[in-house]
Design a protein around this ligand. Structure first.
Ligand code: HEM
Length: 501
C-alpha cells in the first residue's frame, strides 16, 4: 500500500514536472520581446500583478520598454504599451489573435456559462439592434421610468423627499443605477413595490459577489469565501432563471432576443439561467461606479458643476417636481450636451481601467509603429492596459492625474477628438470600452443611463459633500484591470429634492 502511494506520488510529481518544464526552461529567443519570468518558479510575477497591476506594469514598462513578456501563474502575457502600435492588434483577425477563447474560460469559471460558437456575434447583433439607434430610444424611456420609481418610489414625489438626506455617494449611485438598470432590462411584474424590494435584495447579493470578484478570478479566496461564491452563483442562477423571467412582462427586447436565440439553438434552460447572470454582471457592474465618480468630480469641481448645470438648464429648462409627480425629461437633450459628454469622457479616462486580452493562435509577428518587429509564440496572450499606456500618458493628456472637465472640448465648444503622441494623431485616445471585436456592445446605453441619472441629479436635486475637503479617494488596487475602478473609501454626501419656489 505504502509502496503504491510512493509510486503514485512520484508519477504525479513527474507529470507536474513534465507539464511545467517548458515554462520553467523557457528562454527568450532572438526577435522575441524581453522576457521576465519573475522571482518564483511557475508563479512568476503573479503575486505582484494581483496585488497592484498598475504599479507592477509601470515597473515593467520602465524596466523593459514598450513591449515585454511576463510570466503570470505559468502563463505568458506580452504587454504592449505603445498606443501607436495598438491598431494592428485590435484589427487582427480572430484566426491570428483570438478573443473568444480567453473570454470563454473566464465566463465558465465566473458565471458557470459554457459558451457556444457564435455567442459573441449573437450578443453583438442583439446589442446593435436593441441597445443602439431606435432600440436605445425605447430603453431610454424605460430607464427614465425606472429611475423615477427607484428614486421617488411608486407614488412619485412626496414632501419627505424635499428634506435633506445623507448617504454614502458610492452606495447611493451604485444602488440606484443597479436597480433602475436591472428593472429596465430584466423587466417588471404587475407589483411595482415587490419589484423594488426584489431589486434591492438582488443588489445586496450582487455587491457581495462584486466585492469577492477580483480575488475569485485570481483564485485567492479562502475556503469560506469559495463556498460563499458558489452559494451566490447558485442564488443568481435561481432568482434570474428563465422560468422566473417568464413571469415578468416587460423584459427588454435585448434580453428577449438573446434568450430566444439560445432556445432556438437548443441550449438547456439551466444554461440559459447562467447566461442571464452573465448579462446582469456585464450590464450592471460598471454604470453605478462610473456615476459615482462623475458626480464626485462635479461636486469637487464647482466650475465643472456650474458648467454642467448651465448646459442642463439650456437643454432641459429649470426642473422642479410637483407633489405625486415623476421626473420628466426631453430625451433629445441627451444629444446636445457637449459639456457633460466631456465630463463623462474625462471621468472614464481617469477611472476606466480594463485589461484587453487576445490569445496568439499561431506564431505571430508583431509590427510596432516604430518599424521594429517581435515574434510572439503560439498559446501566449497579448495584453493591453490602456489606463497606464494611454489614459495616463502626459504626452496625450497633459497633467494626466488632474480632472479637467473641458479636456474633451474644443475652444468653440464642440467635442475634441484630436489628440497626439510623438506628433502623430492618435486614434485610441481613451479606451474605456475596449476595442475591436470585443468592444463593449452596451456602451451607448451605458452612457445614456449615466447621463440621464447625472442630469436628473444636477437639475432636480441640491447636493453637498458632508466634508467638502475630503480628497477624491484613490482607486482600490485590487480592481485594476477589471473595468471601472472603485473607491478605496466611501464619501458621504447630503441631497434633497429642490423645494418648489
Ligand atoms: C460604464 C459602463 C460600462 C463600461 C465601462 C463597460 C466596459 C466594457 C468592457 C471594457 C468590456 C470588455 C471589452 C473587452 O474585453 O475587450 C465590456 C464587455 C461587455 N459589455 Fe460593457 N461596459 C459598460 C456597460 C455595459 C452595459 C450597460 C451593457 C449592457 C446593457 C454592457 C454589455 C456588455 C457585454 C454584453 C459585454 C461582453 C461582450 C463580448 O463578450 O464581446 N456593458 N464592457
Amino acid at each position: 500500500m505504502v509502496l503504491w502511494g510512493a509510486v503514485l506520488g512520484a508519477l504525479l510529481a513527474a507529470i507536474v514536472v513534465c507539464l511545467c518544464l517548458p515554462g520553467l526552461l523557457r528562454q527568450r529567443k532572438p526577435q522575441e520581446p524581453p522576457l521576465d519570468k519573475g522571482p518564483v518558479p511557475l508563479l512568476g510575477h503573479a503575486m505582484a500583478f494581483r496585488k497592484n497591476a498598475f504599479e507592477f506594469l509601470k515597473g515593467m514598462w520602465t524596466k523593459h520598454g514598450d513591449v515585454f513578456t511576463v510570466q503570470l501563474g505559468g502563463q505568458y502575457f506580452t504587454f504592449i504599451m505603445d498606443p501607436l502600435s495598438f491598431g494592428p492588434i485590435i484589427k487582427e483577425s480572430q484566426k491570428k489573435l483570438d478573443f473568444v477563447k480567453y473570454s470563454q474560460q473566464l465566463v465558465l469559471k465566473v458565471f458557470g456559462y459554457q459558451s457556444v460558437e457564435g455567442d459573441i456575434q449573437m450578443i453583438h447583433l442583439a446589442s446593435t439592434k436593441y441597445l443602439m439607434g431606435a432600440g436605445l430610444e425605447v430603453l431610454n424611456t424605460a430607464m427614465l421610468d425606472s429611475l423615477s420609481l427607484v428614486m421617488l418610489g411608486p407614488k412619485g414625489w412626496s414632501p419627505d423627499a424635499s428634506c435633506w438626506h445623507e448617504d454614502g455617494l458610492f452606495h447611493f449611485c451604485y444602488n440606484i443605477l443597479f436597480k433602475a438598470g436591472y428593472l429596465s432590462l430584466f423587466g417588471y411584474t404587475k407589483d411595482k413595490e415587490q419589484d423594488l424590494l426584489r431589486a434591492e435584495e438582488i443588489f445586496v447579493k450582487f455587491r457581495r459577489f462584486d466585492l469577492l470578484f477580483p480575488r475569485f478570478v485570481y483564485n485567492l479566496l479562502g475556503p469560506r469565501e469559495w463556498l460563499e461564491v458558489a452559494q451566490l452563483q447558485h442564488l443568481f442562477h435561481k432568482t434570474l432563471s428563465v422560468k422566473h423571467s417568464l413571469e415578468r412582462d416587460s423584459m427588454s427586447t435585448w434580453l428577449c432576443y438573446m434568450l430566444r436565440r439560445l432556445r432556438e439553438q437548443g441550449i438547456a434552460p439551466a444554461m440559459q439561467d447562467k447566461f442571464i447572470f452573465m448579462m446582469l454582471w456585464a450590464s450592471q457592474g460598471n454604470t453605478g461606479p462610473t456615476s459615482f465618480w462623475a458626480l464626485l468630480f462635479l461636486m469637487k469641481h464647482p466650475e465643472a458643476m456650474q458648467a454642467v448645470r448651465e448646459e442642463a438648464i439650456q437643454v432641459l429648462g429649470e426642473a422642479r417636481l410637483e407633489p405625486k409627480k415623476f421626473f420628466s425629461f426631453k430625451f433629445s437633450a441627451l444629444k446636445h450636451t457637449p459639456v457633460l459628454d466631456s465630463v463623462m469622457e474625462e471621468t472614464l479616462r481617469l477611472k476606466a481601467a480594463p485589461t484587453l486580452f487576445r490569445v496568439v493562435e499561431s506564431d505571430y509577428t508583431l509590427k510596432m509603429a516604430s518599424g521594429q518587429e517581435y515574434l510572439l509564440r503560439r498559446g501566449d496572450k497579448v495584453a493591453l492596459f490602456p489606463y497606464l499606456s494611454v489614459h495616463m500618458d502626459p504626452e496625450i493628456h497633459p497633467e494626466p492625474t488632474t480632472f479637467k472637465y473641458d479636456r474633451f472640448l474644443n475652444s468653440n465648444g464642440s467635442r475634441k477628438v484630436d489628440f497626439y503622441k510623438a506628433g502623430k494623431k492618435i486614434h485610441h485616445y481613451i479606451m474605456p470600452w475596449g476595442s475591436g471585436v470585443s468592444i463593449c456592445p452596451g456602451r451607448f446605453f451605458a452612457l445614456s443611463e449615466i447621463k440621464l441619472f447625472v442630469l436628473l441629479m444636477v437639475t432636480y436635486f441640491d447636493l453637498v459633500l458632508v466634508d467638502p475637503d475630503i480628497p477624491v479617494p484613490p482607486c482600490d488596487p485590487d480592481r485594476w484591470g477589471f473595468g471601472i475602478s472603485q473607491p478605496s473609501y466611501e464619501v458621504c454626501f447630503r441631497y434633497r429634492l429642490k423645494p418648489l419656489e
